[in-house]
Design a binder for this molecule. Sequence first.
Ligand code: MN
Length: 273
Amino acid sequence: MRILVTNDDGIHSAGLQALASAMTKLGEVWVVAPDRERTAVAHAVTLHKPLRVHAIGKRIYAVSGTPVDCVNLAVQRIMPKPPQLVVSGINRGVNLGDDVLYSGTVSAAVEGTILGVASMAVSQEGQGRFRFNVGAHYAVLVARLIMEEGLPEETLVNLNIPDRPLRSIVGVRVTALSRRRFDNPIIEKVDPHGRCYYWIAGTRLSWSRSKDSDHEAIAEGAVSLTPLRLDTTNYSALDRFRAWESILQARNRRSANHRLSPSVNHRKRRRQT
Ligand code: MN
């Protein structure tokens, strides 16, 4: 089996190395990753400058682009045949709930899915030190099952591992994305020239507590496995929004009449003179 390993923390991150070496248990591993940290770039693609690829080892490449660039180049150019599995991580820090919208780690797996390859993102809880060996262990377990069972269409796996030694992990729980709230997310400071500048930061305050959420699983010491899909359409809201079609059409017609009316008035006025 051919496995592509990538990440958003950069080619030199310990999490990537732990993941790549663990994945050799399952097949031939190719590493194509950003040449520097590209955390929180989400699904960014580099369009306005050239991408450079440097081979820095056997089947190991550093790319001057984003995680999504890396997956694109690996699947469509660097690897002689496309991979059967894309694994992204192991990220320094969890990607839970709304994080998946910002995460470069998750976006790399999304890109793999778009390209038709079974894909998984792996993220490790921790503070300063990360137990990447624990994340790597579960990444291999889940990757093997993905290869055996396959994934539903347009679906990727978001795996998060709690900061616990292997023996005290309480199992794997299938979860849904949680919602998180941030406290004071913008920090405002003044530079030496007296001008304001900002840091987008903030501390995590809380999350929506529901028994089957990803955050709850991690808080209780379980590995969280969330199936994500590419299609973010809110199907249950379609009917409600369809009622807007006729409203918008009517308002559009009315505003078109308004646009016409000044010239109509103008003509009238001209006739009067
Ligand atoms: Mn990261």
